[in-house]
Write a protein that binds this ligand. Sequence first.
Ligand code: ADP
Ligand code: MG
Length: 292
Amino acid sequence: DSKVNIDYNNNNDTAIDSKNAIIQVNNLSKKFKGMKDLKALEHVSFNVKKGEMIVIIGPNGSGKSTLINCLSGTIMPSSGKIRICNHSDTRNVGVCYQKNVFINRLTVREHFELFGAYRGVPDDILENSIENFAETLNLRHMMNNRAGNLSGGQKRKLCIALSLLGNPPVVLMDEPTAGVDVQGRMIIWKMISSLKDTTSIITSHELEEAETLSSRMFIMTYGKVSFTGTSTELRKENKCGYVLRIDSESGNAQSVLKLAQSFVPDAEISEDREDVIRMPSNRRIADFLQAF
Ligand code: ADP
Ligand code: MG
C-alpha cells in the first residue's frame, strides 16, 4: 500500500532490542475517516520477544482493538510498519477477535475439524487437542451441538480454543474473557498462562488479571501506548503504594524509617512532608506493620 510510510528509526521501546523481537511495530498509526478524522492509533512502536505475554489495558476507545486488528492483518494501518516473524504464513498466528467469529450451523467438533484442516494439524494431534479443549474448557457435552446454540461464555471459549488450535507460535486475543463468568475467566486465563513458548498479545479491561498474568503490561490511552513494563515498574513510575503518617513529638518520621526500610528497602520520607513515609507496594508491608 503506497500510503504506508516505513520508518525504521522511530522506535521508542528500548526494553527489547529489535534483533530479538518476534513482533516489531514501528510508528504505527491508524486514522478512521469520518465527520472528524479520528486517530485511533498514533505513532505506536514496540517490540515483543519470544515467549512474552503482553497484556494491553486501557479505557474503551483507546485503540486496543484497532491495534490487534492491525496486527492480525484484518485492517490496514494508515502508516507504519508491522513485522511478525513468519507472518506470511497465517497459520502461525492464532487470533481471537473481540467479537466471536464462528459458523452458527456447524457443531463445535466441526469447527475444530475445519480449523484443524486449515492449520494443517495432523489427525492424531487434532483428536488430542479436541479432547484437551473439551475437557479443560468444559465443552465436552456440547461437542455435537451447533455453535449458534452455545451460551455466551461457551461461544467465547470456542473462539479462544480455535485461536489456540495447532499451537500457533503467536497468539492475539482481544478481551478473551469479556462476557464470561468468574469461573470461566479463571479457566481461560489458566489455559492462556500455561502456553509455553507462545508469544501472546492480549487485551483486557481487568487490571488485576493483567498484573498477575502478564510478563509485561502495555497501557493505551488515546491511541498511544503510554506505558510498557511490569506491574512493579508501573507502580514505581506512578508512585503507587502506601503512605504512612507518623504522629510523633519530633514531628518527623525518621524514627520509624529504619524499621520500614528493613522490610521495604525503598521506603523513604516523603518529599513534601517529613512526617510521612512513602512505600511502594511490597509483600512485606504487612510484616512491617506487625513489627511496628
Ligand atoms: P478499544 O478496543 O480500546 O475500545 P477501538 O480500537 O475499538 O478501542 O477504537 C478506537 C477508536 O477508533 C474509537 O474512538 C472508535 O470509535 C474508533 N473506531 C474503531 N473502529 C472504527 C471504524 N471502523 N470506523 C470508525 N471509527 C472506528
Ligand atoms: Mg476493543
